[in-house]
Design a protein around this ligand. Structure first.
Ligand code: ATP
Ligand code: MG
Length: 407
């Protein structure tokens, strides 16, 4: 079965070795991707194909179902096997109905796992004879996605997302989306003195088959060429899973030239799904030692999960000479390249209270100018260059892409 493609999906990265052991195969021959959104992205772009996708216990039940449904539509010869570390009980019939080939209970030993893999491989091989593989969809006309993140709260993520989106829409003159992924808590709309219209959760119900009109019906116009997506705070709102967020972001990306995503300060499934689809991840920190340490740790964490280094940009906020820490020292000591610095300014809270981003309200200010030059840099050179889709496909070295790339 040398031609069989098996991709292990989900953390930890060592899940790949576990799959290889069960199959008595060389781990280098098994692919690994960190999340369902990343694997969907790879399959969609036609960068990868798989006979079997084997999902680690780290993948949550709703994401297993979402992926199975996606695979049934876009890659019908691919078998999905879900591995759980406990008895699946009620999940088994639901999963089977969604198209999952098998749900393995690891607590019962590895024999069941081995048999499930053998059956999944055989099922896929039989089907492949009947259904030829389809080429990947051309994703060449998709927009650019930029996520803004810090693992520490209050560093200026929302301020930067709002102003960056304003600058990108203004400088590029292209349709730009600003997505508030800090669902339930987000205050993107406050920076524009507005309230979100239709909640983003409504889009999730329609998934990535969404028509442009449906997408636009959930958007609120914030400025010329600039549209916002978010949700009013609602403690009763249903939890949104990473895979669903991935689908919505893909739909938004297909409608807008640029999508700027404001994230919450944690490694939630939403955040990671948005990173999977991002051409650039902007890491922001205040110019203080605690913030810098957070940023450095965030970078290490995200690199360890498998995100490529070239996808990151580093922004220092509140970067004034007065604080006794120079950006150059940060670069030297932390071995980070700083891509932009934004000064501290009372214009930021002032404009927030007026409900207008600094970029529009005080375009000649130092803050607006620094945001503009970051926007300009991102427009000219989004981190994932040369038309690469930001998908993963890892072999022996998690940072080397494309072991399962089609010949
Ligand atoms: N360069 C700056 N100069 C002055 N004030 C700033 C600057 N950047 C951000 N602020 C202020 O700091 C506060 C926190 O900013 P913001 O809400 O953007 O942070 P955040 O990272 O999104 O926070 P959270 O983690 O809560 O989402 C806001 O009141 C904002 O106006
Ligand atoms: Mg925020």
């Amino acid at each position: 079965m040398t031609d069989t493609r098996v991709i292990a999906v989900g953390s930890p990265p060592t899940f790949r070795q576990q799959v290889a052991r069960v199959m008595e195969a060389d781990p280098d021959g098994i692919g690994w991707v960190p999340s369902v959104t990343a694997v969907e992205e790879s399959l969609l772009a036609g960068e990868e194909y798989a006979d079997v996708l084997v999902l680690s216990p780290g993948i949550k039940d709703p994401d297993v179902l979402g992926l199975a449904e996606f695979v049934a539509r876009s890659s019908p010869t691919t078998a999905v096997v879900a591995v759980r570390d406990h008895a699946p009980n009620g999940f088994l019939p639901v999963a089977m109905r969604a198209g999952v080939r098998d749900v393995v209970d690891l607590s019962r030993g590895s024999q069941e796992f081995r048999e499930a893999m053998e059956q999944a491989i055989a099922w896929s091989a039989n089907l492949r004879v009947a259904i030829p593989r389809e080429p990947g969809r051309d994703t060449g006309d998709q927009g650019t996605v930029i996520s803004v993140f810090s693992s520490k709260g209050g560093t200026g993520k929302t301020f930067l997302s709002c102003n960056l989106a304003a600058a990108i829409s203004d400088i590029s003159g292209k349709q730009t989306a600003l997505v508030d992924l800090d669902l339930g808590m987000g205050d993107v709309f406050t920076y524009y003195g507005r309230e979100p219209g239709r909640p983003i959760q409504d889009l999730i119900a329609v998934g990535d088959r969404t028509e442009k009109e449906t997408i636009m019906s959930a958007a609120t116009q914030l400025a010329d060429n600039l549209w916002g997506f978010g949700s009013p705070p609602d403690p009763a709102a249903q939890t949104v899973h990473g895979e669903s967020v991935g689908k919505v972001l893909r739909a938004v990306r297909s409608t807008f030239a640029y999508t700027v995503v404001d994230s919450a300060a944690d490694y939630s499934d939403h955040t990671l799904a948005s990173f999977d689809l991002s051409d650039t991840i902007v890491l922001i920190t205040g110019l203080d030692v605690v913030g810098i340490r957070h940023l450095s740790k965030a970078m290490d964490t995200l690199l360890a999960i498998g995100f490529p280094r070239e996808r990151f940009r580093v922004v220092l906020n509140w970067a004034d000479a007065k604080v006794g820490l120079e950006p150059e020292r940060v670069e030297r000591v932390m071995k980070l390249q700083v891509d932009a610095t934004i000064p501290s300014s009372r214009l930021v809270p002032l404009c927030l209270n007026r409900g207008r981003p600094v970029y529009f309200e005080e375009p000649k200010s130092d803050v607006a100018r620094s945001v503009a030059s970051l926007a300009d840099m991102l427009i000219r050179s989004p981190a994932a260059e040369e038309g690469t889709t930001p998908a993963f496909a890892f072999g022996a070295d998690p940072r080397s892409r494309g072991v399962f790339r089609r010949r």
